[in-house]
Design a protein around this ligand. Sequence first.
Ligand code: PMP
Length: 296
Amino acid sequence: MKYYNANTIIYLDGRFEKAADSSTDLYGQSLHYGYAAFEGIRAYKTHNGNRIFKAAAHFDRLEHSCKLANIPFPWDKQELIRETYKLLTLNKLKDAYIRPLVFCHPNMKLNQPVGVSIFICAWDWDAYSGNKLLNLTISDYERPNPKSTPMEAKLSGNYVNSILATTAANIKGYDEALLLDMNGFVAEASGANIFIEKDGKLYTPSLGNILPGITRATVKELCTVLDIECIEKKLTVDELKNADSAFLCGTATEVAGIASIDEVVYRTMWRESIGYTIQRAYKNLVLEKVNYEVII
Ligand code: PMP
């Protein structure tokens, strides 16, 4: 996949410049040690214009990730949101994926950053499809213990674990890896949170050992609106495998139904599951169709 071309503009520390002309120092802690924080954000072409979904929540989490990792965050978040909208306009992007990254300046020591930069780029992202059901495998890799790295922070270094798990799952022929936490409870997929359905209720792992997904929070909000009971608890592998249906959710994944986990194939048809209802409600929400229906 090509992320930029000769005309692509990026945002770097208050300036807009051509991606092809931009560069970074090779002697930084981010490149060497994965000491950086980032976000993954979606923009949608809606009938109200170009919309960045939950922009404030994403920039809040970016700041929080930095705080948890002792990385300074000397920027105004409202300003960053305005600059991100400008970035989309400059690149003529509508349905897009946006990637802000806070990275540290040259310093090969294992101590506090000597300075930080913020880089924001965006690329075209196909409109929602959501039709494909996923085949998952429980990974031999487990999510890192939050006592070793803050798992509630979206830190670059944490994603080595995700890459290892996804690669191993793909080699075995699965779409995605599902990781357990250090106590053997269900945690999350390599880049998405999980919900299961059992007897008309939804369940999702409680916070602590997982990334607090913004989509996960949105699903919970949708459950309140739709009067669906949603329970956060420690989920066992048995509960996962005895569920009626299940789905992953995340900014990039949106809401994606799970067909199977290892040898277990979910019996409830996706189109009859609560996940399918949530999937459609999520689509309406990001495309602002809910308001549209109210307005007309
Ligand atoms: N868990 C992990 C490990 C992730 O990388 C992501 C994607 N950011 C998620 C969960 C879902 O988070 P969000 O809904 O905020 O995209």
